[in-house]
Design a binder for this molecule. Structure first.
Ligand SMILES: Cc1ncc(COP(=O)(O)O)c(C=O)c1O
Length: 439
C-alpha cells in the first residue's frame, strides 16, 4: 500500500545519504493530528484565562471530565467481585454485548434483527469499527469502489478509508453561506457518484457542522442511495448525545434498516461519548445483509480482519455497557444522565447565542442554536480562530468548530466578547469548510 511517505518498496536496497546508522533516517515526520496537536498547545499555555473548545469530550459545567454515576457504581461492584477474571474475549466479542448493542441501534424488534440478517462484531469504539469495516469492504465489496465522505467530515475518515485501501471522494454537505445542510448539493453529488459507491453518513450530530438532515431529507437520501445502488455506512458516534433520545438519534439508521426490499448497509457504533467511556474503546460494527444466508460468511471474514488487527476486543468497558443495557433500571438511569449531558450542551448553545445578541456581535448567529450535538460550526475564519487563541487563549480548530461540551457558564460572556472582537478586527480569510490551514 502506498502510504505516500517515500518509503522504498520491500526488496529495494536501503541507501543511506547521511552518516546516520538508523534505517529510519529517511522517514519523514508526519503532520501532527490537528485536534491532538491543539490539546498539546492548550496544555502548554500558562494563561489562567485559557479555554479549550477543541476537545471532543464532555466536560461538566465546572470544566471537569465526567464519569457517569451509573458507570461509577458498576465499576465499584466489579472491583468488589472476586470472580472477575481477565481472560481473552472471543474475536467477535461478547454475545450479550453484541446482541444488546444491536438492539440499541436498530430497536429490539427491528425486522432485520428478527430475520437474523445483522452481523455484529464488538470492536474498538467507533474508530476501530470503522477501520474493520473499511478493510472488509476493501476486500469483499465491489473492486474499485470509492468511498464517498461528506465535505467537511470528521478528519479521521480521510485517514481510515485510504489506509484500508478505499479511496475517498467528497460529496457536498454544508452550505457555508446559509450555515446549514446543503441538501440539494448532497443529493446531486450522491446521484452523480459511481453506481454502488460506499456512502459514509453521520447518523446524527454531524461532526463538525452540527447540521443533520431532517426526516424528510433522510427519506430523499435513502431514495438516491437505493436508486444508485450505493452502500450506506452510518457512523454513529453520538446516539443519545444529540437530542437526549436514543430513538430519535437512531431514526435515520432505523429508516434505512427497515427499507423494503432490504438494503445492505453497515453501522459503526461508539459508546465513547454517550457512556463517557472514551478510553475504554467500546463499540460495535453491524453489517445488515439482504439475506440471513450470507451472515455466517460475513462474520467469518470480519473475524479474520479483527484477528489480524488486534485479535480480540477489550473487555472492561464492554462489561459495563452490557450491565447497563441489560438492566431496565440502570438503562433508565443512563438515559437520564445522557439527557443531563445533552441538556447542558443545549443550554450552552442558548447562552452563547444570547450573549452574542446582547453584545451586538455583527452577523447572524442563529446557527449556534439550530446546530445539534457536541459541536458548533461557528463560521469564524482561520484568522479569527488564530486571533482568539493569541489574544484570548481560546483554543478551537482552525475551521471554526467549537466544542459546546467544552464551554462552561462562567466562560460564555468571555467567549462572546472575544468572538465580537475577532469578528470586528481579524480577517475573514480561511473561512470554514476545512480549507483553512491546520492549527
Ligand atoms: C463522527 C465521528 N466518528 C467516529 C468517532 C470515533 O470516536 P471513538 O473512536 O472514540 O469512538 C468520532 C469521535 O470524535 C466522531 O466524531
Amino acid at each position: 500500500m502506498d502510504l505516500g511517505n517515500g518509503v522504498a518498496p520491500v526488496g529495494a536496497p536501503v541507501t543511506s545519504t547521511s552518516a546516520t546508522t538508523s534505517v529510519f533516517a529517511s522517514v519523514p515526520e508526519a503532520p501532527q493530528d490537528p485536534i491532538l496537536g491543539l490539546n498539546e498547545l492548550f496544555r502548554e499555555d500558562p494563561s489562567p484565562h485559557k479555554v479549550n473548545l477543541g476537545v471532543g469530550a464532555y466536560r461538566t459545567d465546572e470544566n471537569r471530565p465526567y464519569v457517569l454515576g451509573v458507570v461509577k457504581r458498576i465499576e465499584q461492584e466489579m472491583a468488589a467481585d472476586t470472580a472477575t477474571v481477565h481472560e481473552y474475549l472471543p474475536i467477535e466479542g461478547w454475545p450479550e454485548f453484541r446482541r444488546l448493542s444491536a438492539h440499541l441501534v436498530f430497536g429490539a424488534d427491528a425486522p432485520a434483527l428478527r430475520e437474523e440478517r445483522v452481523v455484529t462484531l464488538q470492536s474498538l469504539s467507533g474508530t476501530g469499527s470503522l477501520r474493520v469495516v473499511a478493510e472488509f469492504l476493501a476486500h469483499f465489496y465491489r473492486p474499485g469502489t470509492v468511498c464517498c465522505i461528506p465535505q467537511p467530515t470528521w478528519g479521521n475518515h480521510k485517514n481510515i478509508f485510504p489506509r484500508a485501501g478505499l479511496p475517498v471522494r467528497e460529496y457536498r454537505y454544508y452550505d457555508d453561506a446559509n450555515r446549514g445542510l446543503d441538501y440539494d448539493g448532497m443529493v446531486e453529488d450522491l446521484e452523480a457518484a459511481p453506481t454502488g459507491s460506499i456512502v459514509v453518513l453521520h447518523a446524527c450530530a454531524h461532526n463538525p457542522t452540527g447540521a443533520d438532515p431532517d426526516m424528510q431529507q433522510w427519506q430523499g437520501v435513502l431514495e438516491v442511495v437505493r436508486r444508485r445502488r450505493h452502500f450506506p455506512l452510518f457512523d454513529c458516534a453520538y446516539q443519545g448525545f444529540a437530542s437526549g433520545s436514543f430513538e430519535r438519534d437512531a431514526a435515520a439508521i432505523r429508516l434505512f434498516a427497515a427499507a423494503t426490499p432490504p438494503l445492505e448497509m453497515a453501522v459503526t457504533q461508539s459508546f465513547a461519548k454517550n457512556m463517557g467511556l472514551y478510553g475504554e474503546r467500546v463499540g460495535a460494527l453491524h453489517v445488515v445483509c439482504a439475506e440471513a444466508a450470507v451472515t455466517r460468511a460475513v462474520m467469518s471474514q470480519l473475524k479474520q480482519v479483527a484477528r489480524a488487527m488486534y485479535s480480540s476486543p477489550p473487555g472492561h468497558g464492554a462489561a459495563i455497557v452490557t450491565r447497563v443495557l441489560r438492566d431496565p433500571a440502570l438503562f433508565a438511569e443512563w438515559e437520564t444522565e445522557v439527557q443531563v449531558m445533552s441538556g447542558r450542551i443545549m443550554r450552552m448553545r442558548r447562552e452563547l447565542h444570547q450573549a452574542l445578541q446582547e453584545n451586538g456581535t455583527p452577523g447572524n448567529w442563529g446557527h449556534v442554536l439550530t446546530q445539534i450535538g457536541m459541536f458548533s460550526f461557528t463560521g469564524l475564519s482561520a484568522s479569527q480562530c488564530l486571533y482568539l487563541r493569541e489574544r484570548y487563549y481560546i483554543y478551537m480548530t482552525s475551521n471554526g468548530r467549537i466544542s459546546m461540551a467544552g464551554l462552561t457558564s462562567d466562560k460564555v460572556r468571555y467567549l462572546a466578547d472575544a468572538m465580537k472582537d475577532a469578528v470586528l478586527h481579524a480577517g475573514k480569510d480561511g473561512g470554514s469548510g476545512g480549507m483553512a490551514p491546520k492549527i
